[in-house]
Design a protein around this ligand. Structure first.
Ligand SMILES: Nc1ncnc2c1ncn2[C@@H]1O[C@H](COP(=O)(O)OP(=O)(O)OP(=O)(O)O)[C@@H](O)[C@H]1O
Length: 750
């Protein structure tokens, strides 16, 4: 047997009523709890005669309550809840319909089911089970009649366990039957008579035989007390008619068991002796085993379940936590004299409520199908025997695995070396940054500059000067630019401010008057050899590498680069730097606010420009020319150490830049011409003496220089330092028109 599948399963699922019975047949096992019902019988004549009242009351459909004032166990619960409770007025049909039917009729869907009655002697077990069995069988036949598309076979068997002896109730032979354990079938009774039912009447006749065969005896409590446990088993097999005799044919096979247990009894109450007493001992012993099994199962532990303690529990094993749906009807007498026994019954029922079973649809294959499957399996095994896996192929497999391992090890090694290389490059780059900064500052002669005057906190100024005076430029750099990130903007600012007021620049301005072009490019210290364009470009790229390494690695160089690059922002229309420079922006000067500003078209021009990606690089590079002129010494020292592998050849890079520059200048050409016209117009309109034209001539020269170099910051800076103050504002207007970069102009000017 196995899980249901194939066409049969589909058909079976679609059968009317099957779903209603068990919620639809599915191949997978389903966890079910044992359904526990309580049925209270009416007071018997004897009990009424003794004047015993009914001590139990079903207060609703699920709860039974102890109503008595009888001095019972004070700690015992007064109310018990079950799946369903039936008061004494309920008839057996109601009990069946509302509590048993769903479980019992699972059998037609291929699911095993069990219904058994548990209770003290004379509580109404036999009475209830007889009615439930009849109702179930009636419904099964009704179901069969409604489903003519399937062929049904019903088989019936019956046993009793009397004094721990199993007897066949359908056989006149009283020979005890032996129990056998089978891995597939579980515990089964050897040589048990199994009768194929013809019809409902046939079954009725057989149950009558069983009733006659069953051991009963008269006790004080029950005139016809059952002295044995009776198990009636009805097996239902069904197959779809259309597949009968075909290979695909499968059969659903399940059985429903009706178990009428012997009643527990107190020898004193039953007044049993002799044979009855012996019977009572066996009954109680087997019921005790049943109670133990139920209690252990209800605890849900993985502990050993003592099914083998009694024949009853061995036979009932599938019904108790096995492949079956189970309903237990706990019967009890409401009489005062049975309070203790009734409590025991309710306790048993309470435990049984927690027991889970694992019912599943049982399907058997037809003989033909089974034979086919077995033949396939035999063929497979034979082929395995004929072609065993050779040792050579095993060796080959092992070798292949070894190769794979070696390959993976090699890959790991390569990856590790790549990682080490990357780490060392990172170290080099960091070192380059660290090495460049001090030299850069030294080359910029910061040590002789004026103290920062704009935007620099006093404390910063003190630190700055003290660091410089101790000539500890390395530490000076690290402290200011990595650890005190919050002062980066100030640092950039102070640097520019320092330049604008330094004596060095005054000197340089004077030299610029004589040789402007050289002065604009060569701001490096004396004695340094001129650097090539390639070197410039490589130096230009280094700060960007540093920046890419992480925003946390900030240094004065990158800070300065950004400060300078910003001045080109309006010119190039770059947006990338906007993000990078948020915190480093030159503060908006108050004078700028009142500044008349550029014509609207210039603003538009700036924002409308849309260069290729490379234009930003160009802008940065352009803005760095003067910067690089001051840091050449440092970059030259480290240029060969790092970055070689990071970039393509410098030549390629130069070519790229040149190409970008061409694009840039082409795009700027129209605007530049217009700017120049503005300049001439302004000059003509300005009532200026001859000296002014000299200045104009010089300014024009600077503008050309700007066109060539693309770095107006340094140009304007130097230029305005050389101008007489009275003309500065006028020239600023012109320059603003020309350059479109009021930030740097106004900054340096003011
Ligand atoms: N619900 C009921 N309504 C009316 N009479 C009942 C009911 N239940 C049981 N009886 C009667 O009570 C008596 C005892 O019932 P029954 O023999 O079924 O008890 P039992 O539990 O099987 O006892 P035992 O274990 O000794 O065999 C019977 O005469 C039966 O007709």
């Amino acid at each position: 047997m196995g899980a249901i599948g194939g066409n049969d399963s589909v058909q079976w699922d679609n059968m009317n009523g099957a779903e209603a019975v068990n919620g639809g047949g599915s191949g997978a096992g389903r966890l079910d709890r044992i359904q526990v019902l309580v049925r209270v019988r009416p007071l018997s004549d004897k009990e009424i005669a003794r004047g015993e009242p009914a001590e139990w009351e079903c207060i609703n459909d699920t709860t039974i309550m102890f109503r008595s004032t009888f001095p019972d166990r004070p700690t015992a619960p007064t109310a018990y809840t079950f799946d369903r409770v039936f008061h004494s007025e309920c008839n057996t049909k109601e009990v069946y319909e509302e509590g048993v039917k769903e479980v019992a009729l699972s059998v037609v869907s291929g699911i095993n089911s069990s219904v058994f009655a548990y209770g003290q002697t004379s509580s109404g077990k036999t009475y209830t089970m007889t009615g439930v069995t009849e109702c179930t069988v009636a419904d099964i036949y009704d179901y069969i009649n409604k489903h003519e598309e399937r062929a049904f076979v019903l088989k019936f068997s019956a046993i009793e366990i009397y004094n721990e002896v199993v007897r066949d109730l359908l056989s006149a032979d009283n020979t005890p039957l032996r129990l056998w354990d089978d891995a597939e079938k579980g515990t089964y009774v050897e040589n048990l008579t199994e009768v194929i039912l013809r019809d409902w009447n046939h079954l009725k006749g057989l149950t009558s035989v069983c009733e006659a065969q069953r051991r009963t005896g008269e006790t004080f409590l029950n005139e016809k007390s059952s002295r044995s446990h009776q198990i009636l088993k009805l097996t239902v097999e069904s197959s779809a008619r259309e597949f009968l005799g075909k290979d695909k044919s499968t059969t659903l096979m399940a059985s429903v068991s009706f178990i009428d247990l012997a009643g527990s009894e107190r020898a004193s109450q039953a007044m049993s002796a002799g044979t009855r007493l012996k019977e009572g001992c066996h009954i109680n012993k087997s019921l005790l085993s049943l109670g133990t099994v139920i209690r252990k199962l209800s605890m849900g532990s993985n502990a050993h379940i003592p099914y083998r303690d009694s024949k009853l529990t061995r036979i009932l094993q599938p019904s108790l936590g096995g492949n079956a749906r189970t309903a237990i009807i706990c019967t009890l007498s409401p009489a005062t004299s049975h309070i203790e026994q009734s409590r025991n019954t309710l306790f048993f029922g309470s435990c049984a409520k927690d027991v889970a079973t694992n019912a599943q649809v049982n399907v058997v294959m037809s003989d033909k199908t089974l034979v086919k499957q077995l033949q396939k399996e035999v063929a497979r095994l034979e082929s395995e025997l004929r072609h065993p896996v050779s040792s050579s192929s095993l060796e080959a497999q092992v070798k292949e695995k070894d190769n794979q391992i070696r390959k993976m090890e090699k890959e790991i090694k390569e990856l590790k070396s790549q990682r080490d290389l990357a780490e060392s490059r990172l170290q080099n780059l960091l070192q380059v940054v660290g090495d460049r900064e001090p030299k850069h500052q030294v080359s910029g002669k910061r040590s002789v500059r004026s103290p920062p005057s704009v935007g620099m906190p006093p404390s910063m100024s003190r630190d700055d000067s003290s660091q410089i005076s101790h000539d500890d430029s390395d530490n000076y750099k690290e402290v200011r630019c990595i650890e005190t990130s919050g002062t980066e903007g100030n640092e950039c600012l102070s640097l520019s401010a320092g330049e604008s007021t330094s004596p060095r620049h005054s000197n340089r301005n004077s030299s610029m008057r004589g040789n402007d072009l050289n002065a604009s490019v060569n701001s490096r210290p004396l004695g340094e050899t001129p650097i090539t364009l390639e070197q410039h470009l490589e130096n230009i790229r280094r700060p960007f590498i540093t920046k890419d390494l992480g925003s946390s690695i900030r240094n004065p160089l990158s800070c300065r680069v950004i400060g300078r690059s910003r001045s080109c922002r309006s010119l190039t229309g770059s947006t990338l730097l906007d993000d990078l420079e948020m915190e480093d922006c030159t503060p908006v000067n108050r004078s700028l606010v009142i500044f008349p500003g550029r014509p609207e078209e210039y603003h538009r021009r700036g924002s409308a420009l849309n260069y290729e990606a490379g234009s930003e690089t160009l802008s940065r590079a352009g803005s760095q020319l003067s910067e690089m002129s001051t840091s050449k010494g440092a970059t030259k020292t480290n240029s060969s150490a790092a970055g070689d592998a990071e970039f393509t050849g410098i030549g390629e890079f130069v070519a790229e830049l040149k190409e970008m520059a061409q694009v840039h200048y082409k795009k700027q050409l129209g605007d530049q011409v217009r700017n120049y016209l503005y300049l001439i117009l302004g000059t003509i309109l300005c009532p200026s003496p001859c000296s002014y034209f000299n200045e104009f001539t010089r300014m024009t020269f600077w503008y050309y220089l700007y066109l060539i170099l693309g770095d107006h910051n340094s140009i304007t800076f130097w230029y305005f330092n050389a101008l007489p103050l009275e003309f500065t504002r006028i020239y600023l207007n012109y320059l603003y028109l020309i350059l479109g970069d009021h930030n740097s102009i106004t900054f340096w000017y003011f």
